[in-house]
Design a protein around this ligand. Structure first.
Ligand SMILES: *Cc1c(COP(=O)(O)O)cnc(C)c1O
Length: 377
């Protein structure tokens, strides 16, 4: 079945398929300095802090832009210019944090594991024990490059034991995978409007420990990316410092209501897990192979190895599946040729079954009966 708006289903890591009611929430105009919009901003900030179980300890600072903008802003604001960040890397988003440090001129070390291997706690423990100059650690909860779930609770416990500050890129996990500030110690958790909360793109946010943020005046090299100043503006007037993405916030406000109606993190996580199970089972039944074993797979996006058959051309496969109403996602791995299929957005096992039908029909058209996998390069 096509979507209500006739658009293809987005089996991607975001932007995602959104509900009709979330799209409809944008059919109004708001004055950015008017009470209705100020109230909306406060409501969204409070709902996000509550989702993280952080009402007692943290504040939510939203920022205009895509997820990367707020990752960069969080590092710029929280890591002082003479600080040093250790980055746990097992994919492109960890590498992006390293690149951000280079731009911001923050000293940085990386601890890397392969893209199909979770963060290694023992080497993190050693690194923090042997280098006193490391002030902060950055970790990626679900590394969207492969779809791997990193052991964020253990990372947080290790960083806390060493008395360092943890910044979590939870962009593709927040809202679907549990992460509670009362049990996981972090100073910042970063995510955006258009992933598991199912809003439209345009807002990132950082949930920051208030006692830490209070000390961050003057750290940022950038006016527009200064989350300390953004926070002060919001606290003093309830307003965003610069033109806010009004329609995006209205959609996000509505998305948070629908997230709660679905049963919050548990409900959303359950639907995505069902989508993921159906997708993996259906693809394996066709002979496709997943990169990750099931115990490492987050129910967000699944990486499939590129079939070995030389007649399989991803561009052609993508085009034919898209014609049938489903947009897949290219791979981003360095360890093996691959492509990805997302489980998130406003879709359920019915849409996954339809997508599997479209993929099966495409494989028949291409006359490929045993996809298997290409040898790793
Ligand atoms: C999507 C994503 C980001 C941000 O990407 P943008 O394209 O800037 O929105 C950052 N980290 C992770 C893990 C992501 O999945």
């Amino acid at each position: 079945m096509p979507s209500v708006t006739g658009d293809p289903w987005l089996l991607t890591p975001g932007p995602l398929t959104t509900s009709l009611s979330i799209k409809e929430a944008m059919l109004h105009d708001w004055g950015s300095r008017d009470k209705a919009f100020i109230d909306m901003t406060a409501r969204v900030r409070e709902a996000l802090v509550a989702l993280a179980g952080a009402e007692e300890t943290h504040v939510c600072v939203p920022l205009q832009g895509s997820g990367t903008f707020v990752v960069e802003a969080t590092i710029a604001t929280l890591v002082p210019r003479d600080g040093k960040l250790l980055v746990l890397v097992n994919g492109a988003y960890g590498h992006r944090i390293v690149t951000i440090c280079r731009y911001l001129d923050r000293e940085c070390v990386l601890l890397e594991t392969p893209e199909d291997t979770p963060n290694d706690i023992a080497t993190l423990d050693d690194a923090l024990a042997s280098d006193d100059s490391i002030t902060h650690v950055a970790a990626v909860h679900c590394e969207t490059t492969s779809g791997i779930l990193n052991p964020i609770e253990e990372v947080a416990a290790c960083v806390q034991r060493h008395g360092r500050s943890l910044l979590i890129d939870a962009m593709s996990a927040f809202g679907a995978l549990p992460l509670d500030a009362r049990s996981v110690h972090f100073d910042a958790l970063i995510a955006s409007s258009n992933k598991c909360i199912e809003g439209v793109p345009g807002i990132g946010f950082s949930i920051i420990r208030e006692s830490v943020l209070e000390t961050c005046e003057g750290n940022s090299h950038s006016l527009s990316l200064d989350l300390y100043e953004q926070w002060c503006g919001l606290e003093s007037s309830g307003q965003w410092r610069f033109t806010p993405p009004t329609h995006v916030l209205a959609a996000f406000d509505r998305a948070l209501v629908e997230h709660a109606e679905e049963g919050g993190v548990a409900g959303r996580g359950r639907r995505y897990s069902e989508n993921c199970r159906a997708l993996v089972d259906g693809m394996r039944a066709m002979g496709f192979e997943t990169l990750l074993s099931d115990n490492l797979q987050a129910p967000i996006i699944v990486t499939f190895r590129m079939p070995a058959d030389p007649r399989f051309d991803f561009e052609e496969f993508y085009r034919r599946v898209a014609e049938k109403g489903f947009l897949l996602y290219p791979g981003k791995l360095t360890v093996a040729p691959s492509f990805r299929i997302g489980c998130i957005g406003r879709l359920g096992v019915g849409e996954v079954a339809d997508a599997l039908d479209a993929i099966r029909a495409t494989m028949t058209e291409l006359d490929i009966t045993q996809p298997g996998s290409a040898a790793a390069e």
